[in-house]
Ligand binder design. Structure first.
Ligand SMILES: NC(=O)c1ccc[n+]([C@@H]2O[C@H](COP(=O)([O-])OP(=O)(O)OC[C@H]3O[C@@H](n4cnc5c(N)ncnc54)[C@H](OP(=O)(O)O)[C@@H]3O)[C@@H](O)[C@H]2O)c1
Length: 263
């Protein structure tokens, strides 16, 4: 098949591209600046910006499947919501047989701006004409590690009470996405989460130690409001849909081992 991966230069998208190329598909990657994307091998790089409808048409020519991984948490209304509307408009009249979208567990229950936008994107995808698969996943290992690295710029790390994550290996999510591409449209797929649910306190203390950072206080802080309640209720988790992939400890060992660069 010929497959367009939006966000194919991103953390998940690159891994998805690798899986699809290895499976023998012709893969095209949409990027705002393909010249920055030289590390993506064996793919056609296509310049395009989700915010500009006309720029999407060339990328979609003779495509069988679209895997939609592009996102911008800083401008989710313009890129994710309006950009997906553009993508769907550009698909009209073409022969694309399957649109796969990657979303986040709990976007319908946690009232934060980015999640609202992701929920809106799910609705746009569900209501357009092309058969689709919507795969929600929990937070990827590198996302959690980067979040902790940002928090560790302070002399302490604030740990909102009750905040837990179910971090998952990017490779697991990419595998699931690649399976959807092979299997065909599944509609709303079962959520996908990492192998264990861990408190932020545990994630922070293990990350500090693995990253060789100076120990610092991990301060319990209240997590008020509707967002706090949703996280405390575990709206971001799917323990009944946990995958058997890399654990957080294994990820930390692999990414901080002497021979392995931090991923
Ligand atoms: N990170 C997580 O923990 C997590 C968990 C669950 C689900 N997800 C979802 O998985 C998807 C991929 O996440 P990720 O962390 O891999 O993302 P990422 O690394 O931040 O990559 C974002 C991608 O979006 C593309 N992009 C941004 N703005 C664009 C625009 N205006 N037009 C076209 N492309 C644009 C970028 O491509 P260029 O810069 O090359 O244009 C880049 O490849 C997202 O939908 C995210 O919500 C993420």
């Amino acid at each position: 098949m010929t497959i367009l991966v939006t966000g194919g230069t991103g953390v998940l998208g690159r891994c998805v591209v690798g899986r699809l190329v290895a499976a023998g598909h012709r893969v095209r990657v949409l990027s705002r600046d393909p010249s920055r994307s030289s590390t993506v091998h064996d793919v056609d790089l296509c310049a395009g910006d989700l915010r500009e409808l006309a720029s999407l048409r060339p990328a979609l020519s003779e495509v069988d499947v679209v895997v939609h991984c592009a996102s911008d948490a800083r401008s989710p209304e313009a890129v994710d919501v309006a950009g997906t509307s553009n993508l769907v408009a550009a698909l009209r009249g073409l022969d694309v047989g399957h649109l796969v979208y990657v979303s986040i567990v709990g976007v319908d229950r946690i009232p934060i701006r980015y999640y609202r936008a992701k929920r809106d994107v799910e609705a746009i995808i569900e209501n357009q004409g092309v058969p689709c698969t919507i795969q929600r996943a929990t937070q990827f290992h590198p996302f959690v590690a980067e979040m902790l690295a940002r928090s560790a710029r302070r002399p302490f790390i604030a740990c909102p009470t009750g905040l837990r994550f179910q971090p998952i290996a990017v490779e697991q999510v990419a595998n699931r996405v690649a399976q959807h591409v092979e299997a065909g449209a599944a509609g709303k797929a079962a959520d996908l989460g990492g192998p264990e649910v861990l408190t932020l306190h545990h994630l922070a203390s293990t990350w500090l130690s693995a990253a060789g950072r100076r120990p610092r206080p991990l301060l319990p802080v209240p997590f008020p409001g509707a967002v706090g309640r949703a996280f405390k209720d575990g709206a971001n988790l799917c323990p009944e849909q946990s995958s058997r992939g890399l654990t957080w400890t294994q990820y930390l060992e692999a990414s901080h081992s002497p021979e392995g660069a931090v991923r």
